[in-house]
Design a protein around this ligand. Sequence first.
Ligand code: ARG
Ligand code: ZN
Length: 873
Amino acid sequence: RAIYLKDYQQPDYWIETTHLVFDLGDESTRVTSTLKFHLNTSKKHDQLPPLELVGTDMELISVAIDGQVQTKEQYQISKERLILQPVFEQFETVIVNDIKPQENTSLEGLYSSSSMFCTQCEAEGFRKITYYLDRPDVMSVFTTTVIADKERFPVLLSNGNAIERKDLDNGRHLVTWNDPFKKPAYLFALVAGKLEFVEDTFTTMSGREVTLRIFVEPHNITKCDHAMVSLKKSMRWDEEVYGREYDLDIFMIVAVDDFNMGAMENKGLNIFNSSCVLARPDTATDATFQRIEAIVAHEYFHNWSGNRVTCRDWFQLSLKEGFTVFRDAEFSADMNSRTVKRVEDVNLLRSHQFVEDAGPMAHPIRPDSFIEINNFYTLTVYEKGAEVVRMIHNIVGKEGFRKGTDLYFERHDGQAVTCDDFVKAMEDANGVDLTLFRNWYSQAGTPVLDVTDEYDEDAQEYRLTVKQSCPATPGQETKKLFHIPLEMGLLDGEGEPMPLDKSGLTTKVLDIKQPEETFVFTGVDERPLPSLLRGFSAPVHLNYDYSREDLVFLMSYDEDGFNRWDSCQRLAIDIIMELVGKVQKGEELVLDSSLIEAFGKVLADDSLDKAMVAELLHLPSETYLAEQMEVIDIDAIHQARQFVKQSLAAALKDQLVAVYNELNIDKPYKPEADDIAERTLKNTCLGYLVELDEETGVQLAQAQYAGAGNMTDSMAAMSCLASAEHASSRPLAEKALQEFADKWAEDTNVIDMWFSTQAACHHNGLEKVKELMQHKAFDKKNPNKMRSLVGAFCGRNLVNFHDKSGSGYEFLADEVIRIDALNPQLAARLINPLTRWKRYDEERRELMQKVLKRIQQHELSSDIFEVVSKSLA
Ligand code: ARG
Ligand code: ZN
């Protein structure tokens, strides 16, 4: 069932133009497609090859070639294909087929969501709309006519510019759209509904005025402003930083409630999961505001990195996704705090992508085979892919990178290309050799750098030895070398940066290209402390034997902000993992005073960015701690981490209260970096205070909940009350949760946060989740709802999900089986926590394996089939 990158071949035919007519009906939709084909003459043909179109879940009504209706003897049809035999090198087909969007629960192709119709075609959803060459290297000019009832569907949208509007009989109307840019079918979009929009304009750098519209259901019209501001910032930034201008007269965003992913970059008509675009201070948290800014930018940036230059095949997905994630990360860094953004991204990478890279589904950022492409929209392709682009950026420098992207866009505009074309453009523009670097594209697994050092006082020499290795991953037993940029510096005993060479440079990038290499620094007059992997310059594990004193020292003095944070993480991990050992042996727990002192110092340091203080105070997540153990003992991790939180809260109580009070000031809500930083730090303090087995924190949380003027504070207070340690919190939490649910009953995105807060709370077991699934606001088919309960419980409430009884596993298996029949993509995301079964103790291992085998007994989608069979292999 797998397909392979090495088997790639160009198609036999190209499609010049695609004209689609959609007649949207109450039961079914009729699609009439007129396609102009011509033979791909760059391939050798003895005779005209058959035309193999793909299509599923549809009823063929008729097919004609050059006006000749084809009889059943003239074509072959199967569950997934329609095969025609052309007689000329150029020809036109007219295909009529019916589809049932109202019954489409997979949320791929054309489907209905609330009262509207919308599409999701990436990666292979277009084949659920009509028979086509549904592959990204087939690029065509699309003209789309949409016909529907005018009363119920006043707004009819597709890609490009509207070129005709007309009223028809029976209260129906029609709109025709034309997109002048050639594009693959995965970028096609259609929307129909009773929608309202907010409008703005943007003047591009060459002086063209572009209309910007955000379409939503009427009740959401007050939640579009932030996305609009974000869009305009993105458009300006892409001009300034990449010289990329928008190319159509109109840019549209549509918000829909049923969506498998975050959003989609359809040409000129981005479709968003409503949770990733709608925000108002009273309905969305700071995190949501920031996520919206990033996702709006991400989808907008795809207009160049993805649409104008697209992917040759789906193995190249990271070409557009890795690059675009890198672009949106840099945008967010420019709009907010650069170091904080870096910390957030590295946290995500290390706690989730590293896990993926060490598990049964590990794959290179450019996979060389897959069964189901939807399973490869992964943290590896996206986030590690972005890290690989970032490394190129670091190797060729900022200006070199811009030269490279200019060349890439100029050379490949209007083409479907490969990751290698991207690397080649970087090489050609900069005269560098990235041969060894290319192994990042073909090898899975997280490389390891083992670093040791020596100081020779007599010779005044410091030697740093770096060994690289990479663990085996499925299908890749041995690995070739990587080119790893290792940014580093040295600190003297005073904490001052030491010059690394005659130029006086205090930070530099070592290019690691050998299995083992020693770098010698001369004229070093005292034993230095190395600061390694600054800014997380490569997605690797770095081992160096730091003492706790070293880490505290780096936390205070390193000139690299990222490494100050990372030293704090290393210190916390070291301490928590030692306590985990003590929990396992039943020994008494005592918190090392170095962590208390370090955190106390951080809290007292007024010179630090408040968002950074909050990041420093965040203990490593249970997921990341779990990765440090060969055999994961989730109960011990939870206990040790809770103990550390409680001990810190007790030791630093007065300071935490003081910082909390200082920041707890009433002011108008602005989703801007400084204000967000203040709220984050304040709520981080509150998070510690509610760990105490006394009323202080509970009372503060209660007061904050009652007086909150925005969702960030209200949500934080509610979840603090829910997770608080002291018994006095229980009735208050119940009351707050009830009030919250009543107040927000009608707001689906807000209610999702209410669901996930409870599902992720360690006081709540599976029973609570089952109870919430019966709540009237819950919808067992909606991806956001499923993720907010089932996803949050299984992914974040680890102690309860991994309950020794195995009830969490049985529950997840039942849900996966149920959902797989409706929406395979969603099922394949939810099943993820079960795939790491090999890392747990024997009892849990068996329980998890048992439910995986039970799932395997069912009739499965290719999505779940692939994940389950690879997990059990
Ligand atoms: N290209 C979209 C983005 O990066 C993701 C769409 C993925 N859709 C899917 N069905 N796998 O924003
Ligand atoms: Zn993307």
